[in-house]
Ligand binder design. Structure first.
Ligand code: AQP
Length: 343
């Protein structure tokens, strides 16, 4: 069956939003509103897989909702809400915990990275994270998920969970009069020049909310001086920029800065290098800083204005949750029947 095209994506309120979240996710959410129905979530239940101070969790939830709106998401058109307001996310995640296999979860590189040598002591929720993520997406039968490169493996797992559910319950799905493909095989949307923004201090590490060094990360609420300073001090190599993308191979820091420039200016990397190829970073970094400030500063100002009125953001989230619940309740009622729960 052809599923109606629908986008779902989310960000977890586990720290201050950064340029990677913006270029890998938020900026790419906005034009999709013109193409299909979109659901954008603040995934607060994912955030608590690692302990969060409750006051911070609330503040970051407001900040993400503010960033969505400041970037151009329209809460009338797109559904914007926080995950914990729609109980069906947890309910479907439980069903998926019983469909997914331990071995699948244990292979997730993000779990291995986050747990490190401490895997006996991390929360059970962190291990089961991809199962909740599959529930987030499939509750809305979303067909498209715009995310950064780091989420690719989790999306493959979402497809595996959908396929196994469709297969395990095939007879019941048919008996209920549903199409055999009850849950869709969701398409990841990972494209463009900055799907993996790297740390400004180490081109081999992803820019991340949990990074300790402030100088490694451009935060969406940074002011113009901070942005310029971080770019000026970003690690680079002594070579001039190449004139074609293939010349960036083996130069992770240069590749990262050019990728950021390309994404912020909606150009491709070769096009940027046609302009800056042959120049050193002494010329390129000020141009990048100017561009970053031009794009980010107005959004930071709008975010500050919005978070100053949390009541207004709460109203947006409540309204979004109501609309999300309508879709979620329908899917969950079907799932309960398919699984055999008496209701
Ligand atoms: N460095 C990045 N480059 C491109 N995209 C990125 N994303 C995150 N970091 C980068 C994308 O942002 C969206 C939201 O991510 P998330 O908050 O759900 O989780 P994350 O990927 O684990 O983000 P962080 O910043 O690294 O958080 P912590 O440190 O708390 O784990 C996703 O689409 C993600 O791909």
């Amino acid at each position: 069956m052809a599923f109606t095209n629908r986008v779902f994506s989310g960000i977890k309120p586990s720290g201050d939003l950064h340029l990677g979240n913006y270029l890998g996710a938020i900026r790419r959410f906005v034009p999709l509103q013109e193409q299909m129905a979109c659901i954008y979530c603040v995934v607060d239940m994912h955030a608590i897989t690692v302990w969060q101070d409750p006051a911070d969790l609330r503040r970051w939830t407001h900040e993400i909702a503010a960033a969505y709106i400041a970037a151009g998401l329209d809460p009338e058109r797109s559904i914007i809400f926080n995950q914990s307001q729609v109980a069906q996310h947890a309910e479907l995640a439980w069903v998926f915990n019983c469909v997914a296999r331990m071995g699948w979860m244990a292979r997730m590189t993000q779990f291995k990275d986050k747990a490190g040598k401490n895997s006996e002591n991390v929360s059970l929720g962190l291990f089961a994270y991809p199962s909740l993520m599959a529930a987030d997406i499939l509750l809305y039968k979303a067909t498209h998920v715009p995310v950064g490169e780091d989420q690719k493996q989790h999306l493959e797992l979402t497809r595996d969970i959908a396929a196994k559910f469709n297969n395990d319950f095939a007879t019941s799905i048919a008996a209920g009069g549903h199409d055999a493909e009850f849950f869709p095989s969701t398409e990841p949307m990972i494209a463009g020049p900055a799907t993996r923004v790297m740390s400004l201090r180490d081109g081999s590490k992803k820019m991340s909310k949990s990074e300790i060094s402030d100088m490694a990360t451009i935060y969406l609420m940074d002011d113009a001086d901070e942005i310029a300073k971080k770019i000026r001090k970003a690690k680079t190599d002594p070579e001039p920029l190449p004139s074609e993308a293939k010349g960036l191979q083996g130069r992770p820091e240069a590749s990262n800065l050019v990728g950021i420039y390309a994404a912020l200016s909606d150009r491709d990397i070769d096009d940027v290098l046609r302009e800056y190829g042959g120049q050193g970073f002494g010329g390129f970094k000020p141009a990048l800083a100017e561009l970053a400030v031009e794009v980010l500063a107005p959004q930071a100002a709008e975010m500050r204005r919005l978070v100053a009125d949390p009541g207004q953001i709460d109203a947006v989230l409540r309204n979004g949750a109501e609309r999300a619940r309508e879709i979620a309740a329908k899917t969950m009622a079907e799932v309960r029947d398919i699984v055999g729960f008496v209701r």
